[in-house]
Design a protein around this ligand. Structure first.
Ligand SMILES: NC(=O)c1ccc[n+]([C@@H]2O[C@H](COP(=O)([O-])OP(=O)(O)OC[C@H]3O[C@@H](n4cnc5c(N)ncnc54)[C@H](OP(=O)(O)O)[C@@H]3O)[C@@H](O)[C@H]2O)c1
Length: 243
């Protein structure tokens, strides 16, 4: 499949590595230009490119950049993806990194906000897993315990395509409902970076509380004290994970 990835950092780099290994035709972009993605491209065989060229003709697009930088993207580029190509949003909102985003602070699901910024429907996926685990902990189907990933979105066809890709990467894909339900997989919820199996993930999604809605004591985000996904996992695992 032709896949365009916007963002070449922890998650974008990891997806580039895993998806090229699986034989997909990957084009990857960052904000500084193709020259600065050269090493990743040489390592993986992916095409180093611009965001516009990564999306052009892609059958699946991944947006994996800090939430606060999503408004920088040129919306017109998404019109040039292949018809019906899902746009995957891997993002998490960390106000210390992204700046305060009023709509999210007031309770809008983070991916709904991303969708509004880019003007196209998105599927929320890969936001709950630490990038090193995405790199190393995928398991072929039927091969013992598999980590499950929640996939949320309003377009059933787009969601199905993303779920198939998650399975190909070695993770069980759990349908987490529509985008307005996707707060159940945001930072601070029980499933976030917890590497649960499918049954436990379904339970965690059902038991999630809207930790980000409101800024009072009860609503205060448990993740407020940390500044990124990497910090959440490293804090829990007790030691920095290798980059
Ligand atoms: N790290 C994790 O384990 C993890 C897990 C799940 C979800 N997430 C979420 O996934 C998203 C990406 O995380 P990350 O850790 O991969 O971030 P990261 O390592 O900081 O990488 C961010 C990437 O986005 C690129 N970028 C920023 N603005 C851009 C723009 N306007 N156009 C094109 N590319 C742009 C950066 O390129 P330049 O360097 O050239 O600016 C960089 O390659 C975040 O929302 C994060 O919260 C992260």
């Amino acid at each position: 499949m032709k896949i365009g990835i916007i963002g070449a950092g922890n998650i974008g780099g990891t997806l580039t590595r895993r998806l090229t290994e699986l034989g997909h035709d990957v084009a990857v972009a960052n904000s500084r230009g193709p020259e600065t993605v050269k090493d990743l491209a040489e390592e993986t065989g992916a095409a180093p490119t611009t965001a516009a060229d990564a999306v052009h003709g892609a059958e699946l697009v991944v947006v994996t950049i800090p939430e606060g930088r999503v408004p920088e993207l040129d919306l017109a580029i998404f019109d040039r993806r292949a018809e019906g190509a899902p746009i995957v949003d891997t993002g998490n909102y960390y106000p210390e990194r992204d700046g305060r985003i009023a709509d999210i602070e007031n309770g809008m699901a983070e991916s709904r906000w991303v969708e509004q910024q880019i003007g196209h429907p998105v599927v929320k996926a890969f936001n709950t897993i630490y990038y090193q685990h995405l790199l190393k902990r995928g398991r072929a189907g039927g091969n013992g315990h598999r980590i499950a990933l929640p996939i949320a979105g309003d377009d059933a066809d787009a969601k199905r395509k993303v779920m198939e890709l998650v399975d190909e990467l070695g993770f069980d894909a759990v349908d987490a409902g529509g985008l307005d339900e996707s707060w159940r997989q945001q930072p601070g919820t029980p499933c976030y970076t917890a590497d649960l199996d499918a049954a436990a993930l379904r339970q965690a999604l059902a038991e999630a509380e809207p930790v980000r809605v409101g800024r009072g004591e009860r609503g205060r985000r448990r993740a407020d004290s940390v500044t990124s996904d990497v910090a959440v996992t490293e804090a829990r695992e007790g030691a920095p994970c290798a980059q």
